[in-house]
Design a protein around this ligand. Structure first.
Ligand SMILES: [Cu+2]
Length: 241
């Protein structure tokens, strides 16, 4: 109904959020119209007229109870309706195909991939139709990772690493602003997320993530038995130096 108004949804879980958005928008929209109509009606009904005297009223207990209980019930129902989306998007994650480490700072996104020391500034590359896990940290103040088309928003909090995930279904270049007023340069803090086709992503990774990724790959082919762990340890040790 309001799809034209939101940015295009390219995320697997975007629908789960959009219908809740539309539902809440409809409820608050109808409430707004009722309240505004009552206000205008009362303005006219109780306007000053010759011979009319103001009088004191203490209110109406029944009305008070009704307009307290009805919104409370609406909130309880909305909570119940949003719980499945919340648990799917925020409380759990499907196994990752790609992991990206993001550290926010005043006023950039710093992007790193496991097994590579290369740090990218305000630029992330991920493959389409893959589950991407973001390990989100902050170096200074609270920032907020926001990609409207992904329907994803998560604060980056100093002292914590927060894992979030997304899966994008359409290749493209998506704006990646910081959505938390984080200081003087906040308005300029934004990056771009490039969602590539599988071939393009492979090509990009081969050109940009090779330096540290290669030793791990060769270790894997050299020792096919249980190579994953030693290879990880190797690169992990290297990264510390
Ligand atoms: Cu910021």
């Amino acid at each position: 109904m309001l799809d034209w108004w939101l940015p295009e949804n390219v995320s697997t879980y975007g629908r789960d959020i959009d219908w809740l958005f539309h539902l809440i928008y409809a409820i608050t929209g109808v409430t707004f119209i009722l309240v505004a109509a009552a206000l205008i009606a009362f303005l006219i009904m109780y306007r000053d007229r010759p011979g009319r005297r103001a009088r004191y009223t203490h209110g109406n207990t029944t009305l008070e109870i009704v307009w307290t209980i009805v919104p409370a019930l609406i909130l309880v129902v909305l909570t119940a309706l949003s719980a499945p989306a919340w648990s799917k998007i925020k409380m759990s994650a499907p196994p990752s195909d790609v992991v990206v480490e993001v550290t926010a700072k005043q006023f950039n996104w710093q992007v790193k991939y496991p097994n590579s020391d290369q740090v990218f500034l305000d630029e992330m590359h991920v493959p389409v139709n893959k589950v991407v896990h973001i390990h989100l940290k902050s170096q200074d103040v609270i920032h907020s990772f926001f990609v409207p088309q992904f329907r994803m928003k998560q604060d980056a909090v100093p002292g914590r690493q927060i894992t979030q995930w997304f899966e994008v279904v359409k290749p493209g270049k998506y704006e990646w602003p910081c959505a938390e007023l984080c200081g003087f340069g906040h308005s300029g803090m934004r990056g771009w997320i490039y969602v590539h086709s599988p071939e393009d992503y492979k090509k990009w990774a081969a050109e940009n993530l090779t330096a540290e990724a290669k030793p791990a790959d060769t270790a894997e082919t050299a020792k096919p038995a249980d190579s994953a762990k030693p290879a990880d340890k190797k690169t992990g040790g290297k990264a510390k130096k």
